[in-house]
Unconditional design. Sequence first.
Length: 206
Amino acid sequence: MIEDSYFNPSSQNLSKMLNVKFQTPAIATTAATVIATVSTDPQSQGRQTTTVNMASRIPTSTTVSESAVVSAIFSHVWHLIKLEKFAEFWGKLEKSETVKGASPDTDVVKWTFKDGQVLEVKQEEHSTIDHYITYSVISAQPQLTYSSVMSTIRLYPITSGHHEGQTFVTWTGHFSSDADAGVIEDAKFKRREALADLAATVKSAK
């Protein structure tokens, strides 16, 4: 709470105090949204007080890319990279199952997570030559806080060096512009955990 005896709640003074840029008549900022409310406090002898609420909106990249070296030959890892098989290695998934009634030309799989979240994911692209799959989320319960995400998992056989005979895996995600920093951080950690689970699964299967 900032009293008017210390500052006049005009856009110019508010701009100087908060070090942000305003536009008239709308208030705009470069790194945060500022909402100023002017009210009269009955206990302050008619003086006006200004409450400033800054809703954080930190600029962030909407692309996620995680990777790992998996200590298994390429064919053993690639065998698991099918949407309906993710529950075989991803510890957060309760089950992954093909959606009945989907078009023969459309591959849709329902992922049921152990925390209760349910996603229906659609395979957008699959390559047995370049060894990747691309999928999108087409429905979610509860509803997602962003519009869309497109993800790709790609595998590379390591043919030389210290990790020869193992597999390099990347898992990227491209989110819509309305995804906030919390969504991006959550996606990073989930991919890291899933890649670690994948590595542990193929290792135990040796």
